[in-house]
Design a protein. Structure first.
Length: 92
């Protein structure tokens, strides 16, 4: 068996493995870049939706301040009852 022939084959195999590894790394990099872009787009959409909902809520409170105050008072009262129930339940 010719030693130089074996070395050449192993060099070619190593070069081919390096090319495959580079292609896989490029593919992984592209996939990560697309995933990052999609995540940013979803985050931007969520931020726009939250700003829109906040604006709607603000307009509603400004248009009906007494009704909004009554709702806030009722929600606060219900939350207080829940918290007190939890705290008193722990002591027993």
């Amino acid at each position: 068996m010719n030693p130089s022939f074996t070395a050449t084959n192993s060099e070619q195999a190593a070069a081919e493995a390096a090319r495959q590894a580079e292609r896989l790394a490029d593919t992984a990099s592209d996939t990560a870049a697309r995933a990052t872009g999609a995540a940013r787009e979803r985050a931007d959409q969520a931020q726009r939706w939250a700003k829109s909902r906040w604006s709607d809520l603000q307009r509603s409170v400004e248009a009906q301040p007494y009704q909004s105050s009554a709702w806030a008072l009722g929600i606060g009262f219900a939350a207080g009852l829940l918290v007190m129930g939890l705290l008193l339940g722990r002591r027993s």
